[in-house]
Design a protein around this ligand. Structure first.
Ligand code: SF4
Length: 255
C-alpha cells in the first residue's frame, strides 16, 4: 500500500467515525494501536504524511463500490478482533433479504442465536417476527420476516448477555456499517439503546430517541425498543409505542 492509498484509507475510517484502528492478528485479542486515526491531522494533508510515525497495521478492507455481504463475511473470517470471540460458538452475521428495503439492527446475539448462528431466533426474535408480520398484515402491507434484513451491532455473544463494551462495538461496528452500506436500505430500525448508540452516537436512550426520524448517513432511521425489553410484562406502554414506531417505518418504506 503506498502513501496515497494509506491516506485515503485512513480518511475513509475517519469519515466513518472510527477513532482507533486495530491490528488484524488471528492469534491474539486485538489491541488498539498506539496512534489512533483521530491523532492524524484533520483534515489529513495530501502530501508529506509521516509514514515512519504510522504503526505497522493491516487495515480491514474499505467498503468499496461493489462491496457485498459475502465479501464482508469473508473478511470477518474466524474473527478474533475483539474479546467477544473467546466464548462464542458461532458468529452471527445477519439474515434476510440482501436487497431489503428495511434493516433491523439489534444489540448482539443471545444464547439461542449463538447456538444457531442466526440473529433473533429466541423469544425476543419470535416477538420481532410477530411484530414485523403481524403489524404489516394489519396495515395491509404484504411483508414477511424474510423480506427484511436483520443483524446486530456485535456478531458474537457477549458473556452473560451483557451489553457490548464501547471498544467491542467500535471494532465490530465496521462490519455493521459495511452491511448497511452494501444493502443500502430505504430505512433502518434500531432496536434498543445499544443499536441507537452504535448508529447515531450520543448517549440518549430509546425513550428520548424514539418517535421521530434520525439518519445514519443519508438513510432514514427510526429507534424503537428492543423486543427483549418488550417481553417484560410491565412494559405495556412500551409495547404500544413500539407498534407505533413499527407502523411508521413500515408505511414509510412500503407505501
Ligand atoms: S464481536 Fe465482531 S469484532 Fe468481535 S470477535 Fe466477534 S466478529 Fe470479531
Amino acid at each position: 500500500m503506498d502513501r496515497d492509498q494509506l491516506r485515503q484509507r485512513l480518511q475513509f475510517y475517519q469519515d466513518l467515525g472510527f477513532k482507533q484502528i486495530y491490528r488484524r492478528d488471528a492469534t491474539a485479542i486485538a489491541e488498539p494501536v498506539t496512534a489512533p486515526v483521530a491523532a492524524l491531522p484533520d483534515p489529513l494533508p495530501t502530501t508529506n504524511i509521516e509514514m515512519a510515525k504510522l504503526p505497522d497495521v493491516s487495515l480491514p478492507p474499505m467498503a468499496p463500490a461493489g462491496d457485498s455481504l459475502l465479501r464482508i463475511i469473508e473478511d470477518i473470517g474466524d474473527c478474533h478482533r475483539c474479546r467477544l470471540h473467546e466464548k462464542r460458538n458461532k458468529i452471527v452475521f445477519g439474515v434476510g433479504n440482501e436487497q431489503a428495503k428495511l434493516v433491523f439492527v439489534g444489540e448482539g446475539p443471545g444464547a439461542d442465536e449463538d447456538a444457531q448462528g442466526i440473529p433473533f431466533v429466541g423469544r425476543a426474535g419470535q416477538l420481532l417476527t410477530q411484530m414485523i408480520e403481524g403489524t404489516s398484515k394489519k396495515e395491509g402491507i404484504p411483508l414477511l420476516r424474510a423480506d427484511v434484513y436483520i443483524c446486530n451491532v456485535v456478531k458474537c455473544r457477549p458473556p452473560e448477555n451483557r451489553t457490548p463494551e464501547a471498544d467491542e462495538m467500535e471494532i465490530c461496528g465496521q462490519f455493521l456499517f459495511r452491511q448497511l452500506s452494501a444493502i443500502q436500505p430505504k430505512a433502518i430500525c434500531a432496536l434498543g439503546s445499544t443499536a441507537a448508540k452504535a448508529l447515531l452516537g450520543g448517549k440518549d436512550g430509546v425513550t428520548r430517541l424514539r418517535g421521530r426520524w434520525h439518519k445514519w448517513r443519508d438513510i432514514p432511521l427510526i429507534v424503537t425498543y428492543h423486543p427483549s425489553y418488550l417481553l417484560r410484562p410491565y412494559n405495556q406502554d412500551a409495547k404500544r409505542e413500539a407498534w407505533e414506531d413499527l407502523k411508521k417505518v413500515l408505511h414509510f418504506v412500503y407505501d
